[in-house]
Design a protein around this ligand. Structure first.
Ligand code: GUN
Length: 285
């Protein structure tokens, strides 16, 4: 069994981005990312702070915009419109989830697709689905990068994705279909989850249920990718981050597995920097 070291790979990718950013600066372009945080969700605050720190380390300009949880939709839309028109900003990310009174789709569709470094705009989603991807959601992109690094080719594999979110499950499905894996997507209404997961050569789980995938649900020799990040507040793992995979019991069955923390999580941020760099490069044309 090989542990897929997302932390080490993310550091390598971030170093590459730093060098490319320095090259771009010679042309007078400093990649810029704006992150909008509405409200004070503690997990979102942590993610945003970490994104900001990574930008600075890579030489990417970072602008954090925090808005009160009662901010009106119009104010958020207005802020996005200003960022769309701002030539020093190449990437715009609105941290999700948004407060209930705000229409998330309306917000995401207002971001200029060329600056949509999350890849959530329908135009970017459409390009991914039609096999002509441009800006692709960071977490699934990070998963593909890990597979590539370790020489794991999904072509022809039976892949099973658990979780059908717009952020992870659906774009992951499209990336794997584009790579010609045979893909099954499971979700909360799936009748017999184990029947699907236990047949998978490649199992990717992102549902946010700690240790949901047990040993008997995984095929011998499978490649297992854990996208869950759950902060435990009780029991044996109190205060620790754990994934959706019961790692201790599953790891020995696998050919490859990502740990939590140190697996997919760090790759998400690395891919955000990469998307921002790519958006900055595209702005030249
Ligand atoms: N919330 C959880 N994951 C993400 C992500 O990848 N992007 C944004 N914008 N919000 C998130």
């Amino acid at each position: 069994m090989t542990v897929l070291d997302g932390k080490a790979l993310s550091n390598k990718v971030k170093e590459e981005i730093k060098l490319e950013t320095a090259e771009l600066k010679k042309e007078g372009i400093i990649p810029g990312l704006a992150v909008i945080l509405v409200g004070d969700d503690p997990a979102s605050k942590t993610y945003v702070a970490s994104k900001e720190k990574s930008c600075i380390a890579a030489g990417i300009f970072s602008e954090k915009i925090t808005m009160n949880k009662d901010a009106t939709q119009e104010r958020v839309l207005d802020r996005i419109a200003k960022l769309n028109a701002d030539d020093s900003i190449h990437g715009i990310l609105v941290q999700l989830p948004l407060p209930d009174h705000i229409d998330t789709n309306k917000i995401l569709e207002t971001i200029d697709p060329k600056k949509d470094v999350d890849g959530f705009h329908v135009s970017n989603v459409g390009q991914l689905v039609t096999g002509n991807p441009n800006l692709v959601p960071c977490t699934p992109l990070g998963v593909m990068r890990i597979l590539k690094e370790y020489g794991i080719n999904p072509t022809g594999m039976d892949a099973c994705i658990v979780g059908v979110s717009n952020i992870v499950g659906k774009p992951m499905m499209n990336l794997l279909i584009n790579a010609r894996a045979t893909v099954t997507v499971c979700h909360s209404k799936t009748k017999d989850l184990k029947a699907h997961t236990s047949k998978a050569d490649l199992l990717i789980v992102g549902v946010g249920i700690p240790h949901m995938i047990k040993e008997d649900m995984v095929k011998d020799g499978a490649v297992v990718i854990d996208v869950g990040i759950n902060r435990m507040t009780w029991g044996k793992y109190e205060g620790k981050l754990v994934g959706d995979i019961d790692y201790e019991n599953v790891a020995n069955k696998c050919s490859y597995i990502t740990p939590v923390p140190g697996g997919v999580g760090p790759m998400t941020i690395a891919m955000l920097l990469k998307n921002t760099l790519n958006a900055a490069k595209m702005s030249r044309q």
